[in-house]
Design a protein around this ligand. Structure first.
Ligand SMILES: *[C@@H]1O[C@H](CO)[C@@H](O)[C@H](O)[C@H]1NC(C)=O
Ligand SMILES: *[C@@H]1O[C@H](CO)[C@@H](O)[C@H](O)[C@H]1NC(C)=O
Ligand SMILES: *[C@H]1O[C@@H](CO)[C@H](O)[C@@H](O)[C@@H]1NC(C)=O
Length: 275
């Protein structure tokens, strides 16, 4: 009777040991998983998820490749030394088709331009293409000696010339202007003194990329609201005509915000009749 009791005790001890070991493994695995999860969340988790989700709306993109090409531009770099050409591989990975007669540029009119392009299937802004849609309103940067993507503590848009985000929008705007052909539209603001501002991305990058004969004409839509201070006769718009590539036609129309909103919400109005 003595032996079976000892056996039972030994077996019980064995079971206890096994249970303790299993528990330790489970706790370790959970802890490790949690640790990895936290690291993930602290670094690229948020922006990578947003990036991939937005990218996947464009069916013809291999989004993991696109993300890899994007990261290569700024990872392990001082965020004030990222030049526009660092994004070349990314731009190539996202290459998209020309926008003949549908390209809509904007300067100081982001909100109205998008409210129009998103409601009507007439004109396309940079932000309606993958290049603009994926990164719109995001902030990101890298750090020397790190392979992580940061979304806070990045230099502001005006902090330095060659910063991660600013160089991106310059490069993306250039790529978008390169796809323009036929008639191109631009919405400029009639509520500021200088609708064609030489420091804007439109003036410093996009206009220079519009080449004749691929681009036939530039139509300025000068958005005038109640507080309008200028019109199509403004001197800065004369400057715009002067810097346009020879052979590109030019037109300017003052269009009220109300008129644009009406056209945005009424599909019965033909696109060509909006202004
Ligand atoms: C930014 O980069 C360009 C090269 O793309 C360079 O010519 C320029 O000097 C740089 N600007 C600053 C402030 O470092
Ligand atoms: C355009 O604005 C100028 C003042 O900047 C004004 O003299 C002129 O009459 C305006 N032209 C039209 C057509 O409203
Ligand atoms: C528009 O043109 C520019 C450049 O000639 C002038 O500097 C501005 O003062 C002008 N704006 C208005 C409202 O006259």
């Amino acid at each position: 009777m003595e032996q079976p009791t000892q056996k039972r005790r030994r077996r019980r001890r064995l079971v206890v040991v096994v249970v303790v070991v299993v528990l330790m493994v489970v706790v370790l695995a959970l802890g490790l998983g949690l640790g990895l999860g936290l690291t993930h969340g602290r670094t690229s988790g948020g922006i990578k998820d947003t990036f991939l989700k937005r990218c996947q709306k464009f069916n013809d993109l291999n989004c993991q490749n696109v993300w890899d090409a994007f990261q290569r531009a700024y990872i392990n770099r001082d965020p004030c030394t990222v030049t526009t050409d660092a994004y070349d591989p990314f731009i190539e990975a996202v290459s998209f088709k020309s926008q003949c007669n549908r390209g809509l540029l904007w300067s100081k009119t982001k909100e109205v331009a998008h409210s129009f392009s998103q409601k009507r299937d007439c004109l396309v802004t940079l932000e309606d293409t993958p290049l603009g849609a994926i990164l719109n309103d995001l902030t990101w940067c890298g750090k020397q000696g790190s392979d992580e993507t940061f979304t806070s503590g990045c230099p502001g848009y005006s902090a330095c010339d060659n910063n991660t985000v600013r160089s991106y929008w310059k490069r993306a705007s250039a790529a978008f202007a390169d796809t323009a052909c036929g008639d191109v539209s631009v919405m400029l603001s009639g509520s500021i003194q200088t609708p064609f501002d030489p420091n804007s991305i439109f003036a410093s990058i996009e206009v220079k990329r519009l080449r004749s004969p691929k681009v036939r004409r530039l139509n300025v839509v000068l958005v005038v609201e109640k507080n309008a201070v200028t019109n199509c006769t403004n001197g800065s718009l004369k400057n715009l005509q002067n810097v346009l590539d020879a052979g590109i036609g030019y037109g300017c129309k003052e269009v009220t915000r109300d008129q644009i909103d009406k056209c945005s919400s009424d599909p019965e109005i033909a696109c060509g009749a909006c202004w």
